[in-house]
Design a protein around this ligand. Structure first.
Ligand SMILES: [Zn+2]
Ligand SMILES: [Zn+2]
Length: 283
């Protein structure tokens, strides 16, 4: 079991974390139980698991996996089933201990994935279907080992146009409860393109916000940006405020924890950005 601590209890009560990865995600550590125990230590009232589910445009080139009992398996609905069972079990186990556990998934968006996403939703009764955009045209945002990333291929303007076009398509699909980490690209884009990255969203936000409002898709506040050394969330607070002004629902905080000790990370700072949640489904 990975080291849980140090986990400081949050001083604000009634907080939920709607984005965390347990070890069914190939890039995360810690079991469902480890995360639930961490949530209790942090004083969270809700914890929604959102393991990665990353297919690919051609169905064969994905190098993403689902980890089951320490072994990596291809991404498929069948291989997601043990994760679903583990989270549903935790829901039963931790409800009496004061944490409402939710079943979510972070579906990796790619052009033309709508049918695969709809099929996955039909098969499993998710509480939360989160859209994560981590790649364009089957290329990760940034270079992975010998593989080129889309920053290597596109100019900053081309990247922005293509990226926000995909955000709008994802929202308009009507499949998702929320779009994760709206400006996640900035994690590495500054290194590649320089300071101009800070403003690339500006021309696209009105269309993005319209698509979110019209489809009833919310935006999450993802605190991992601070963990990644950026001193700001995904998205930045001025973008969050502009989204709210445009009528976009900004409903949930997500730590994007990949370790149990990251659950609820920096939520003291972020709590005021989302409505406080009254957990009503405890019966
Ligand atoms: Zn993500
Ligand atoms: Zn994530």
């Amino acid at each position: 079991m990975p080291e849980l601590g140090p986990i400081e209890p949050l001083l604000i009560l009634g907080i939920s974390d709607y984005h965390c990865h347990c070890d069914f995600s190939a890039d995360a550590e810690g079991s469902v139980d480890d995360y639930c125990r961490a949530a209790i230590e942090r004083n969270l009232v809700e914890l929604c698991f959102t393991t990665h589910y990353d297919g690919s445009q051609d169905g064969i080139s994905s190098d993403e996996f689902i980890r089951i009992d320490g072994e990596l398996h291809p991404v498929s609905p069948d291989n997601l089933a043990p994760y679903v069972d583990a989270v549903r079990q935790a829901q039963e186990d931790y409800y009496p201990l004061g944490v409402s556990v939710k079943l979510g998934v972070e579906f990796g968006w790619y052009e033309g994935c709508e049918e695969a996403a709809a099929r996955l939703k039909e098969r499993f009764d998710f509480d939360y279907f989160l859209c994560g955009i981590h790649s364009l045209d089957n290329l990760c945002f940034w270079r992975h080992g010998a593989n080129k990333g889309c920053f290597d291929i596109y100019s900053l303007e081309e990247f922005a146009e293509r990226y926000f076009d995909q955000v709008i398509k994802a929202a308009r699909s009507g499949l998702f409860d929320a779009v994760a980490h709206l400006d996640y690209y900035k994690r590495k884009a500054y290194n590649h393109y320089g300071d101009a990255v800070a403003d690339i969203h500006r021309n696209y936000l009105p269309d993005v916000f319209r698509a979110l409002v019209e489809s009833g898709t919310s935006l999450e506040v993802n605190t991992a940006g601070v963990r990644h050394g950026l001193k700001e969330y995904y998205p930045r607070v001025d973008i969050i405020n502009a989204a709210k002004k445009a009528g976009v629902e900004v409903a949930n905080l997500g730590s994007d924890a990949h370790l149990p000790s990251q659950v609820g990370f920096d939520f003291e700072g972020a709590a005021a950005l989302v409505p406080s949640r009254v957990v009503e489904d405890r019966d």
